[in-house]
Design a protein around this ligand. Structure first.
Ligand code: F6P
Length: 318
């Protein structure tokens, strides 16, 4: 199943799981709408041909949902009935930490083996350097910023560009560096509006005529990007300030080569480790090697922001 926010590459992962099952002569079902489908008995057969022509597609053919009913004991009991009815031996869950938490609780209550595969554009999962969808999202963001830069530079404007990342600044930091942002505001660092003003003033003095500030959704500098922009207008009246919120375009689109290959590797590995009798783990990637960590660690931990990348962004925007 895919669960939580969709991420580009989820389809490539579904395809890999289905094909690996066929290869190893195992029966594979897809559960529709994440935990909703598990509770409502919404299953489809996923043989090798059912997953043709999806490796290049964003979103998820299994659809996804954030399911409140699965948080209740009654909801999970219904889900367990359906698991027994279809004689399911193991669950492979592609999603973020909320989705993996559901899997861990279910495994504890009913003993069903669970394997988690990290899929979230936010990339905020401990135990993996990359989650499926992150690479595509960052590429989508830099394409958008490159376009905005044309207007910023033609009109000598200051742009605040809000990117996704409710609790994590990975998209903002990586896209900000790749797209040449002057300043990057992320939830992991209290930056303060005074520092931002200082940077902008310094930039102008040193000859910059336009500026791009990338703001992660969850940044703490101000409660939202429009208020932040308004405050800068008041503090720096000489600036022609605009706001662009990229929103859900970051979640969609055809996955990059990286996400397709990562998803394919993780999907196959999930079936292989279940065959070896391993479960209750999340698959991650570290230094290009697939690794396993206990589900509880993956859920508890946070993927820390790379401090060196913060340093690099400062040097580059001098
Ligand atoms: O968790 C991924 C994410 O894209 C966050 O960055 C964002 O805050 C959230 O999903 C948006 O969720 P929804 O699509 O439910 O509004």
């Amino acid at each position: 199943m895919t669960s939580g926010g969709d991420a580009p590459g989820m389809n490539a992962c579904i395809r890999a799981v289905a094909r690996a099952c066929q290869y190893y002569k195992l029966e594979c079902f897809g559960i529709m709408q994440g935990y909703e489908g598990l509770i409502n008995d919404d299953f489809i057969v996923l043989d090798a041909r059912a997953v043709r022509n999806i490796i290049n597609r964003g979103g998820t053919i299994l659809k996804s949902a954030r399911c409140a009913a699965f948080r209740t004991k009654e909801g999970r009991a219904k889900a367990w009935n359906n698991i027994q009815k279809h004689e399911i031996d193991a669950l492979i869950i592609i999603g973020g930490d909320g989705s993996l938490t559901g899997g861990m609780i279910f495994q504890k209550e009913y003993g069903i083996p669970v394997v988690g595969i990290p899929g979230t554009i936010d990339n905020d999962i401990f135990g993996t350097s990359k989650a499926i969808g992150f690479d595509t999202a960052v590429n989508t963001v830099i394409q958008a910023i490159d376009k905005i830069r044309d207007t910023a530079s033609s009109h000598n404007r200051l742009f605040f560009i809000e990117v996704m990342g409710r609790d994590a600044g990975h998209i903002a930091l990586n896209a900000g560096i790749a797209a040449g942002a002057e300043e990057i505001l992320i939830p992991e660092q209290e930056q303060g509006i005074e520092n931002l003003i200082k940077t902008l003033k310094y930039g102008k003095k040193s000859g910059k005529s336009s500026s791009i500030v990338v703001v992660a959704e969850g940044d703490k500098t101000k409660d939202n990007v429009y208020n932040l922009a308004q405050q800068i207008r008041e503090e720096l009246p000489g600036y022609d300030v605009r706001v662009s919120v990229l929103g859900h375009i970051q979640r969609g689109g055809s996955p990059t080569y990286f996400d397709r290959v990562l998803a394919s590797r993780m999907g196959i590995y999930s079936v292989e480790i279940l065959r070896e009798g391993k479960s209750n783990v999340m698959i991650g990637i570290q230094l290009d090697k697939l690794v396993l960590s206990p589900l509880k660690d993956a859920i508890k931990g946070k993927s820390a922001i790379n401090k060196n990348m913060v340093r690099i962004s400062k040097i580059l925007s001098v």
